[in-house]
Ligand binder design. Structure first.
Ligand code: ADP
Length: 624
């Protein structure tokens, strides 16, 4: 062999030896480090020489063993044993060691020669074979890939699912460090975690919050989920890992995420306890928070303080019965930005089943813009309505003036014609025809009457508008009153027959005003029954408290759509029709009836025509 002074003399030869050859001084310093040692332990000769062998290779629990064997070598020349050594990367090896002590002629120890042969694989294969029968059932029954690793980090057992998943045969993996299946960049960490697990072994998921990857033989990686459980074997404690390839799930998640990111709304996913588990980019934009500031925080941070309590209650309620729906459809909802400003939102909720239980997806839309647009539209509509009303008012006034002027002019014209006629007849003294004189005077009488009624209507309107239409009530028999009005009306027509029905019904009314109402109804019945026919006026006690006065004709009737409008001021069904009028009679009648505390309505009469019904309280009420 070689000596300290001339370590390089046989260097080449030594480097040819397959076993790792190490020369160590009596004080345990490495003097020479062969090429095979470099390969086996991972340290270069440069790194190793001058350093203590113990520091480099010997695990702390093997220190005694190391010393015992070195002593044995010193005493008997050589020691052979199997042990465990550290590699530079922290992994452990099973090596078969032979230590020889080299002495000079005086018997003084010059150095030790350690020859190390890696028997890891061999050792663990043996172990694996021993355990395989015991655990085969357990391994092959599992749907996942199962790999048992001993406390030094070597794969001892695996099932066929694991062979398939990683692309290795069983023989290739048994006795290999488990890090073979871990991508290079995670190996260091993995070793540390592995040691940590053995310190406190229990059933749990590996790196719950980490993205874990497996490495196939062909160098490709795939995402995995791993759960760990301790396994006691005859060869000592091991860790059983159940490994699941989650490529498909990750892909689905990625698709889901890209969908979320593409959504135009802010999307916030919340757990049942109200913490935010996922948000999209739009959420950051809308609320002004970064993603990190939101994840894991209570979702209530996104709403104004005054709404938080209520929201919490609603949230619990939602999780109790989750379904797709809008949030608080009838409520005004607000979001709160990071800068403290609020904005109106619309939110739709849908439940999402996940491994962490039910989650809620809320899609939140900032509706500031829509609200503003709607507000503008409302204002615009209001303005437009006001304009239309103003235009209508102007039109009504103009129409009213022209109708009033026309209506007043007709009787005045005929008054003038007949007055002129009278004057002319009187001028032609002696020639006067008494019949013609009578006709002229009767016409003058009728037209003045009509004129005064029109003018009275105008006066009534101005009183109503000024709120000065008053009543002076006295006890009267409504049936007798109706009879008097009917008799007067009958004198104006020969083609209609007016009948009055009913016994005495005494109540307090303004007689003149009430006559005016009945006159108007009978006049209309005559006016709008051009073919003549029966007109009925009925007075009866409808209930102990009300009296009903009905005027029914067989005339042209009123269409259902327009029936309610006939009580409006100036409303006439047929403006250009042959009958004259200002559309004020029913308006004034209704005011009078209502002043008495009563109601008036029109409906279609059986067998055609119109029926007006006045319902009056039997005992005086309303204004005086
Ligand atoms: P007018 O002076 O035009 O008769 P009213 O206010 O009395 O005004 O009536 C309003 C409109 O109601 C009438 O123009 C007519 O079109 C309709 N109307 C009123 N009474 C009757 C009726 N008995 N039959 C059919 N239409 C009627």
């Amino acid at each position: 062999m070689t000596t300290v002074e001339q370590p390089d003399r046989h260097r080449e030869l030594i480097d040819e030896i397959a076993d790792a050859i190490i020369l160590v001084s009596p004080s345990d310093t490495v003097l020479m480090w062969s090429r095979a040692a470099e390969q086996l332990f991972g340290y270069s000769a440069e790194e190793a020489c001058g350093v203590s062998l113990v520091d480099l290779l010997v695990p702390s629990d093997r220190l005694d063993e190391h010393q015992v064997h070195q002593r044995q070598a010193r005493e008997s020349g050589v020691a052979l044993y199997e042990t465990v050594r550290h590699r530079r990367d922290g992994s452990l090896l099973v090596v078969s060691v032979s230590v020889s002590a080299v002495k000079d002629q005086d018997g003084t120890l010059i150095h030790y020669v350690h020859s190390n042969c890696d028997v890891t694989r061999l050792t663990y294969r043996r172990e694996s074979d021993l355990l395989a029968t015991q655990f085969r059932g357990l391994l092959n029954a599992a749907p996942d890939s199962m790999i048992a690793v001993n406390r030094d980090g070597y794969i001892i057992l695996l099932n066929t699912q694991a062979e398939r998943m990683f692309g290795y045969t069983r023989n290739e993996l048994v006795g290999s460090p488990v890090e073979t299946l871990v991508p290079e960049r995670y190996r260091g960490h993995h070793r540390q975690h592995r040691n940590g697990y053995f310190a406190e072994p229990r059933q749990r998921a590996m790196g719950a919050d980490l993205d874990l990857y497996g490495l196939r033989k062909d160098g490709t990686e795939f995402p995995v989920e791993i759960s760990l459980s301790p396994l006691d074997t005859d060869s000592g404690p091991m860790t059983m890992s159940a490994i699941r390839d989650i490529t498909d799930r990750r892909r689905a998640e990625a698709r889901f995420r890209s969908l979320l990111e593409a959504a135009p709304d802010a999307i916030v996913i919340v757990k049942a306890d109200g913490t935010i588990t996922l948000v999209n980019a739009q959420t950051e934009t809308v609320f002004g928070y970064s993603r990190d500031a939101l994840l894991g925080q209570p979702v209530e941070m996104l709403l104004p303080a005054r709404l938080r309590n209520v929201h919490g209650a609603h949230r619990r309620h939602y999780f109790a019965e989750p379904r797709q729906r809008a949030m608080g459809a009838e409520l005004e909802l607000y979001g709160l930005r990071q800068d403290g400003t609020e904005f109106p939102v619309e939110i739709s909720l849908s439940p999402l089943e996940s491994e962490d239980g039910i989650l809620t997806i809320s899609a939140i839309r900032d509706v500031t813009q829509q609200k503003a647009t709607a507000q503008r539209a409302r204002l615009l509509a209001q303005e437009q309505a006001a304009r239309v009303q103003a235009e209508a008012a102007v039109k009504t006034r103009t129409e009213f003036l022209s109708v009033a002027a026309h209506e007043l002019k007709t009787p005045i014209t005929s008054l003038r014609i007949f007055a002129t006629l009278l004057i002319r007849q009187l001028d032609e003294r002696g020639a006067a025809n008494p019949d013609r004189l009578r006709l002229a005077l009767e016409t003058i009488d009728q037209q003045s009457d009509k004129l005064s009624r029109l003018i009275n209507q105008l006066l009534d309107i101005s009183r109503i508008e000024a709120g000065r239409l008053g009543l002076s009530r006295e006890r009267s028999d409504l049936t007798a009153l109706g009879r008097a009005v009917a008799t007067a009306a009958q004198t104006t027509t020969q083609r209609h027959t007016i009948s009055v029905y009913g016994g005495p019904v005494v109540t307090d009314v303004d007689v003149l005003r009430f006559e005016q109402v009945l006159t108007n109804l009978l006049d209309n019945a005559i006016k709008y029954s051009p073919d003549g026919g029966e007109i009925h006026l009925t007075v009866e006690a409808a209930t102990p408290d009300t009296t009903q006065i009905t005027v029914r004709d067989h005339g042209i009737g009123i269409s259902d759509e327009l029936r309610d409008r006939i009580f409006d001021r100036f409303f006439r069904v047929d403006e250009s029709g042959p009958t004259s009028g200002m559309g004020l009679g029913l308006f004034i009648s209704r005011q009078i009836v209502e002043l008495h505390g009563g109601e008036i309505a029109a409906d279609r009469a059986h067998g055609g025509g119109t029926r007006f019904v006045i319902t009056m309280p039997s005992h005086a009420e309303g204004g005086t």
